[in-house]
Design a protein around this ligand. Sequence first.
Ligand code: FES
Length: 575
Amino acid sequence: MSDSRQGMRRALTSYGDEAFSLFLRKAFIKAMGYSDDALARPVIGITDTFSGFNACHRNVPELIQAVKRGVMLAGGLPIEFPTISLHESFSHPTSMYLRNLMSIDVEEMIRAQPMDAVVLIGGCDKTVPALLMGAASANTPAIVLVTGPMMTGSHRGERLGACTDCRRFWAKFRAGEIDDKEIGDINAALAPSAGTCMVMGTASTMACMTEALGMMLPGGAAIPAVHADRLRAAEATGARAVGIAAEGVTPDRIMTPRAFENALRMLLAIGGSTNAIVHIAAIAGRLGIEIDLEAFDRLGDQTPVLVDLKPTGQHYMEDLFKAGGVTAILRELRPLLHLDCVTVSGQTLGENIDAAPAPFAQDVVRPFSDPIFKQGGIAVLRGNIAPNGAIIKQAAATPALLQHSGRAVVFSSLEDLAERVDRDDLDVHADDVLVLQNAGPKGAPGMPESGYLPIPRKLARAGVKDMVRISDARMSGTAFGSIVLHVSPESAIGGPLALVRSGDRIKLDTAGRRIDLLVDDAELARRRQVWRPAAPRAEDNRGYRRLFLEQVEQAERGCDFAFLKPAMRTRAPQA
Ligand code: FES
C-alpha cells in the first residue's frame, strides 16, 4: 500500500494515534542527534549489504559515505539500514536459495521504514536481483548503485580473473598439468581487490542490464570498485535519489516491458550470464510482466555479441570501463533499443546516450557491423527433455558440439556426481553426453551452479576440454562450455529429464533449437509409470526450507515464490 505522506511521517508505527506515533518516532530518532531541520527533509534510505563474509561488498562502507554526501548536497536526509548480504561462496546451500529471502527483507524494510526514495547498493550475483525484486514489489522510488568490478590479478605474467580463470586453472590442476604449489599461488591471486567478479559473470551482467533497464545512472555499471569514479558515481546516485523522491519516479514507471526488452538486448550483446534470464524473469514477474522465452530467442536473431570479455572473449570489466562502459554498447545497439524509456537519471535512454562522451577507438566493444558472434550469446531450446524450455550459452560453447548426438551418462544427483565422476571405471567417452538430474530449484534445493559438470578425470587427463552437458541446474556466468541448463520442468518434480537413463541417445540441435531424448514414447511412458519422487528430507518440513519448497517456481518463471507475484498482465519482449 503506498503512503502519500513524506519523510518521517511515512509508514508510521500503529498505536491508534498518528500524532503520538510521530511524536514517539521523533523522540527516538533524536537520540541519533538529528535536528528538526534534518528531520523535516526528504528521507533517503540506503540499503547496507556489507558483511565481513562478502569481499564483493568490501567497499560498501565508503560507498555509503559518498551516497550520504550526495543526498545531503541535494537537500535530503540519508539514513542507512541493513539488509541481507549474499556472497556466492558463503551462502549454503546456494545463494539462489536465499535470493528470495533477501528480496522479502528488502521489500518489507522499505515498506516498514519512512523513506521517500531508496538507494539500493549491491553487487554480488544475487544481491542486485534481490534488491530489484524487493524494490519492484515495494514500488517506492529506487535507484541502484553497484559496488563495481574487481581489478584483475596476475600469475607469472598472465592476467587472472575470478572466476573464469578459477575454473580454467582448476581444470588444469585436475588434468595434472599444474601442481599443488602453483594452484595455491593462483588461489591467492584470483581475487586481488574489493569488488565483484571482473569477467562478464552474473554480477557484471546484472550491472550492465540494470543500467540498460534504466534503474542505474549512466556509466555506473563498469567503474571498478576501487576507482575514485566509483565514489563520484555514489555521490551522484545519492543526489539523484533526492530527485526521484521529489518526482515520485516509482520502479514501475522505469521497469516497463520495453525497458525489459532493452535489458534483454544488453544481455545478448554482452554474451552475458545465463543466470540473468532467471533473475530478469523474477524482477519482471514482481511487476506482472512475464518474460517470453521464444520472443527473447527471436531478439537473439537480430542482436549480435559485441563485447569481447571473458568468459566468451579476452578482456575484463576494467577494460570495458576504459572503453566507455555500457554507453559504448548502448550506442552500438541504438537502432534496436526503445530510446524513449524513462530512466532514473530523469532523462530517457536515448538522451542518456546522446549526453555521453564521444566514442573513441577501442577494441573491447565491437561495432554492430563487425560483431564477435552474429547472433545473441544465448539460445532457448525445447524438446521432449525440456517441454517448458532450456537454454544454452552458444557463445561460450565449442562450435562443433552445438549440433551433437551422443550416449547419455547419467548422474542422479550432486552426491552421485561427486562419488562417480572421477572413477577410473566410469563408462564414459569424449563424445558422450553428461546428464545431471535433481539439481533444479526444488531438487538440490536452490538450483546450484552445478550445470558446469566437471569433465571426468580420466577424460580430462586425456586432453578432453569440453563435452555436451545437460541438467536442470544453473551455471556460473563465469563458466564456459557446451552446456544445456535450466531444463524445465525439473527432474525432481517428474520432468522428462528424470526419465533419462545411461545408454540412451540424446540429440542437441542448437540451430533447430531442440534438445531431445531419442527414446520412443511408449518406453518413456513405461518409465514414467515407475518414477517416484525422492522422499522428503527431515529438514524439508520447517522454516524457510519448507516455504521455499512449497513456493519456488521453475526456471522460466524466475525461481521466485509464487505468492510474491501479482497476476501476470503483460509480456516482454513484445518484439
Ligand atoms: Fe561476488 Fe563473483 S563472487 S560477484
